[in-house]
Ligand binder design. Structure first.
Ligand code: GSH
Length: 213
Protein backbone atom coordinates (compact mmCIF):
# COMPACT_ATOMS: atom_id res chain seq x y z
CA UNK A 1 0.00 0.00 0.00
CA UNK A 2 1.19 3.50 -0.80
CA UNK A 3 0.01 6.48 1.22
CA UNK A 4 0.16 9.80 -0.60
CA UNK A 5 0.13 12.50 2.02
CA UNK A 6 1.21 15.94 3.15
CA UNK A 7 3.20 15.78 6.39
CA UNK A 8 1.38 18.76 7.94
CA UNK A 9 -2.18 17.81 6.89
CA UNK A 10 -4.31 16.79 9.90
CA UNK A 11 -6.38 14.36 7.83
CA UNK A 12 -3.16 12.70 6.62
CA UNK A 13 -1.75 12.70 10.16
CA UNK A 14 -4.80 10.86 11.48
CA UNK A 15 -4.25 8.16 8.85
CA UNK A 16 -0.56 7.86 9.74
CA UNK A 17 -1.47 7.61 13.42
CA UNK A 18 -4.03 4.92 12.61
CA UNK A 19 -1.65 2.92 10.43
CA UNK A 20 0.92 3.01 13.19
CA UNK A 21 -1.66 1.98 15.82
CA UNK A 22 -2.86 -0.90 13.64
CA UNK A 23 0.74 -1.98 12.93
CA UNK A 24 0.08 -1.62 9.22
CA UNK A 25 3.16 -1.14 7.06
CA UNK A 26 2.92 1.20 4.07
CA UNK A 27 5.02 3.05 1.54
CA UNK A 28 5.16 6.73 2.36
CA UNK A 29 4.76 9.12 -0.56
CA UNK A 30 5.11 12.67 0.72
CA UNK A 31 3.54 14.61 -2.13
CA UNK A 32 4.55 18.16 -3.00
CA UNK A 33 1.63 20.49 -2.32
CA UNK A 34 1.73 21.86 -5.87
CA UNK A 35 1.62 18.41 -7.48
CA UNK A 36 -1.92 18.41 -8.85
CA UNK A 37 -1.34 15.61 -11.38
CA UNK A 38 -0.69 12.76 -8.90
CA UNK A 39 -3.88 13.03 -6.81
CA UNK A 40 -6.00 13.78 -9.88
CA UNK A 41 -4.60 10.71 -11.64
CA UNK A 42 -5.40 8.53 -8.62
CA UNK A 43 -8.86 9.75 -7.59
CA UNK A 44 -9.90 12.54 -9.93
CA UNK A 45 -9.43 15.35 -7.40
CA UNK A 46 -6.61 17.21 -5.72
CA UNK A 47 -7.10 16.02 -2.18
CA UNK A 48 -4.89 13.95 0.10
CA UNK A 49 -4.59 11.56 1.88
CA UNK A 50 -4.93 8.87 -0.78
CA UNK A 51 -4.17 5.19 -0.26
CA UNK A 52 -3.19 3.26 -3.38
CA UNK A 53 -3.55 -0.51 -3.13
CA UNK A 54 -1.58 -3.27 -4.81
CA UNK A 55 -4.33 -3.86 -7.39
CA UNK A 56 -3.94 -0.25 -8.56
CA UNK A 57 -7.16 1.01 -6.98
CA UNK A 58 -7.08 4.09 -4.78
CA UNK A 59 -9.16 5.51 -1.95
CA UNK A 60 -9.37 8.95 -0.40
CA UNK A 61 -11.14 10.17 2.73
CA UNK A 62 -9.06 9.57 5.83
CA UNK A 63 -11.80 7.81 7.79
CA UNK A 64 -12.67 5.47 4.92
CA UNK A 65 -9.00 4.54 4.54
CA UNK A 66 -8.73 3.65 8.24
CA UNK A 67 -12.10 1.94 8.54
CA UNK A 68 -11.21 -0.42 5.71
CA UNK A 69 -8.06 -1.51 7.56
CA UNK A 70 -9.48 -1.68 11.08
CA UNK A 71 -11.22 -5.02 10.56
CA UNK A 72 -11.22 -5.81 14.30
CA UNK A 73 -12.66 -2.44 15.31
CA UNK A 74 -9.69 -1.60 17.49
CA UNK A 75 -10.49 2.09 17.14
CA UNK A 76 -14.05 1.61 18.43
CA UNK A 77 -15.89 3.26 15.55
CA UNK A 78 -19.30 3.17 17.26
CA UNK A 79 -17.96 5.82 19.69
CA UNK A 80 -17.40 8.09 16.72
CA UNK A 81 -20.88 7.44 15.31
CA UNK A 82 -22.36 8.27 18.71
CA UNK A 83 -20.42 11.55 18.96
CA UNK A 84 -20.13 12.60 15.32
CA UNK A 85 -22.50 15.55 15.63
CA UNK A 86 -20.35 17.05 18.43
CA UNK A 87 -16.94 15.99 17.17
CA UNK A 88 -17.07 17.25 13.59
CA UNK A 89 -18.00 20.84 14.53
CA UNK A 90 -15.43 20.70 17.35
CA UNK A 91 -12.70 19.71 14.87
CA UNK A 92 -13.72 22.55 12.54
CA UNK A 93 -13.44 25.03 15.40
CA UNK A 94 -10.06 23.61 16.48
CA UNK A 95 -8.83 23.54 12.89
CA UNK A 96 -9.55 27.19 12.26
CA UNK A 97 -7.12 28.74 14.81
CA UNK A 98 -4.63 25.88 14.39
CA UNK A 99 -4.42 26.54 10.66
CA UNK A 100 -4.07 30.28 11.10
CA UNK A 101 -1.27 29.74 13.62
CA UNK A 102 0.56 26.86 11.98
CA UNK A 103 0.36 27.54 8.25
CA UNK A 104 2.96 30.32 8.26
CA UNK A 105 5.39 27.84 9.89
CA UNK A 106 4.44 24.65 8.06
CA UNK A 107 5.70 26.18 4.82
CA UNK A 108 9.24 26.29 6.27
CA UNK A 109 9.36 22.60 7.22
CA UNK A 110 11.32 20.20 4.97
CA UNK A 111 8.12 19.05 3.29
CA UNK A 112 8.01 22.26 1.26
CA UNK A 113 10.22 23.48 -1.55
CA UNK A 114 10.19 26.86 -3.20
CA UNK A 115 7.36 26.21 -5.65
CA UNK A 116 5.08 24.23 -3.28
CA UNK A 117 5.59 26.92 -0.61
CA UNK A 118 4.51 29.63 -3.02
CA UNK A 119 1.52 27.55 -4.21
CA UNK A 120 0.38 26.85 -0.64
CA UNK A 121 0.80 30.40 0.61
CA UNK A 122 -0.96 31.95 -2.38
CA UNK A 123 -3.89 29.55 -2.05
CA UNK A 124 -4.28 29.87 1.72
CA UNK A 125 -3.87 33.65 1.86
CA UNK A 126 -7.01 34.01 -0.26
CA UNK A 127 -9.05 32.70 2.67
CA UNK A 128 -7.00 33.76 5.70
CA UNK A 129 -5.22 36.92 4.61
CA UNK A 130 -1.46 37.55 4.54
CA UNK A 131 0.58 35.06 6.59
CA UNK A 132 2.54 37.94 8.13
CA UNK A 133 -0.73 39.22 9.64
CA UNK A 134 -1.58 35.77 10.97
CA UNK A 135 1.76 35.70 12.77
CA UNK A 136 1.29 39.26 14.01
CA UNK A 137 -2.19 38.41 15.39
CA UNK A 138 -1.20 35.06 16.88
CA UNK A 139 -2.45 35.96 20.36
CA UNK A 140 -6.06 36.16 19.15
CA UNK A 141 -5.88 32.67 17.65
CA UNK A 142 -4.06 31.23 20.69
CA UNK A 143 -6.79 32.53 22.99
CA UNK A 144 -9.52 31.01 20.82
CA UNK A 145 -7.74 27.67 20.61
CA UNK A 146 -6.95 27.44 24.32
CA UNK A 147 -10.54 28.16 25.25
CA UNK A 148 -11.81 25.36 23.03
CA UNK A 149 -9.17 22.89 24.23
CA UNK A 150 -9.84 23.74 27.85
CA UNK A 151 -13.64 23.73 27.72
CA UNK A 152 -14.33 21.03 25.16
CA UNK A 153 -11.39 18.63 25.15
CA UNK A 154 -9.76 18.67 28.59
CA UNK A 155 -13.10 18.41 30.33
CA UNK A 156 -13.91 15.25 28.33
CA UNK A 157 -10.70 13.29 28.93
CA UNK A 158 -11.24 10.00 30.77
CA UNK A 159 -8.21 9.88 30.09
CA UNK A 160 -9.06 9.57 26.35
CA UNK A 161 -11.79 11.62 24.71
CA UNK A 162 -15.06 10.46 26.32
CA UNK A 163 -13.51 7.03 26.84
CA UNK A 164 -11.13 5.08 29.06
CA UNK A 165 -9.39 3.67 25.99
CA UNK A 166 -8.14 5.16 22.77
CA UNK A 167 -10.66 5.50 19.92
CA UNK A 168 -10.69 6.96 16.44
CA UNK A 169 -11.86 10.22 18.07
CA UNK A 170 -8.50 10.65 19.80
CA UNK A 171 -6.66 10.24 16.52
CA UNK A 172 -8.89 12.87 14.95
CA UNK A 173 -8.40 15.39 17.77
CA UNK A 174 -4.68 14.74 18.24
CA UNK A 175 -3.99 15.00 14.51
CA UNK A 176 -5.59 18.43 14.42
CA UNK A 177 -3.78 19.75 17.48
CA UNK A 178 -0.43 18.17 16.57
CA UNK A 179 0.32 20.89 14.05
CA UNK A 180 0.74 23.34 16.91
CA UNK A 181 4.09 21.79 17.85
CA UNK A 182 5.60 23.77 14.97
CA UNK A 183 4.46 27.15 16.33
CA UNK A 184 7.18 28.75 18.48
CA UNK A 185 4.81 31.21 20.16
CA UNK A 186 2.58 28.45 21.46
CA UNK A 187 2.91 26.97 24.93
CA UNK A 188 0.91 23.75 25.31
CA UNK A 189 -1.16 23.46 28.47
CA UNK A 190 0.51 20.58 30.38
CA UNK A 191 -2.64 18.41 30.34
CA UNK A 192 -3.12 18.82 26.60
CA UNK A 193 0.52 17.98 25.96
CA UNK A 194 0.14 14.95 28.24
CA UNK A 195 -2.96 13.86 26.29
CA UNK A 196 -1.11 14.11 22.96
CA UNK A 197 1.80 12.14 24.41
CA UNK A 198 -0.71 9.50 25.59
CA UNK A 199 -2.02 9.23 22.03
CA UNK A 200 1.56 9.06 20.75
CA UNK A 201 2.41 6.29 23.23
CA UNK A 202 -0.67 4.27 22.26
CA UNK A 203 -0.19 4.66 18.51
CA UNK A 204 3.62 4.74 18.23
CA UNK A 205 3.17 7.71 15.91
CA UNK A 206 6.20 9.70 14.84
CA UNK A 207 5.35 12.97 13.06
CA UNK A 208 8.39 13.22 10.82
CA UNK A 209 9.31 9.57 10.43
CA UNK A 210 7.32 9.18 7.24
CA UNK A 211 9.17 12.10 5.73
CA UNK A 212 12.65 10.89 6.50
CA UNK A 213 12.24 7.13 6.03
N1 GSH B 1 -12.37 14.81 4.14
C1 GSH B 1 -11.01 14.65 3.70
C2 GSH B 1 -10.31 15.98 3.83
C3 GSH B 1 -8.88 15.96 3.30
C4 GSH B 1 -8.34 17.37 3.05
O1 GSH B 1 -9.02 18.38 3.28
N2 GSH B 1 -7.08 17.44 2.58
C5 GSH B 1 -6.50 18.73 2.26
C6 GSH B 1 -5.15 18.91 2.95
S1 GSH B 1 -5.34 19.17 4.69
C7 GSH B 1 -6.16 18.78 0.78
O2 GSH B 1 -5.78 17.79 0.19
N3 GSH B 1 -6.24 19.97 0.18
C8 GSH B 1 -5.81 20.16 -1.18
C9 GSH B 1 -5.63 21.59 -1.51
O3 GSH B 1 -6.11 22.46 -0.76
O4 GSH B 1 -4.96 21.89 -2.51
C10 GSH B 1 -10.35 13.54 4.52
O5 GSH B 1 -10.76 13.33 5.66
O6 GSH B 1 -9.45 12.86 4.02
Amino acid sequence: MKLYHYVHCPFCVRVRMGLSFLGQDFESRVTPYDDEATPIRLTGKKMLPIMEYEDGSALNESLDILKKLDVNDRLDWKQFSANESTLNPLLDRIGSPVHSLAMPYWIWTPEFGESSRKYFQTKKEVKRGPFKDLVKNHKTFVDILDLILFNEVLSELKPFYKSDKITIMDLMIAAHVWGMYVVPEYQFAPHIHAYLMRVKAETGFNYHEDYWR
